[in-house]
Design a protein around this ligand. Sequence first.
Ligand code: CMP
Length: 138
Amino acid sequence: MQRTLSIVKPDGVKKNVIGNVIGRFESEGLRVVALKMMHLTQKGAEGFYAVHSERPFFASLTEFMTGGPVVVMVLEGDNAIKRVRGLMGATNPAEADEGTIRKDLADSIEANIVHGSDAPETAEFEIGYYFNAMELHG
Ligand code: CMP
């Protein structure tokens, strides 16, 4: 059993596809063990994406992520990190495989609908960033 953090980004909330995204995870046997809707602050977004702070797209990314509410969730299942990333597709929707969330729903590398942790260490940091132990219901 493994846990991963996923976010339906502001573009996903605006496009009314929260249920579409979560449904794809659930259909593949992943379980939602924590969930909340929130509007990220600038500091909150900068802290979450601190690993990207030197990247040229950092300012734009944090502005985008604070542009509207998001839905943050923890998903649990065997090999959850890799499976969620497979369902999401490539970061750039133009490069994403057919049938993936980003191929089907996303507009650009920035407005790419969904986030998923990329490794066990990242998942641990990201889950702890948004949820405390009492909010995890696995
Ligand atoms: P995410 O999985 O949330 O992790 C970092 C995000 O930065 C990524 O998805 C993209 O939405 C965003 N981003 C914006 N521009 C770029 C870029 N040029 N390369 C990679 N990621 C980018």
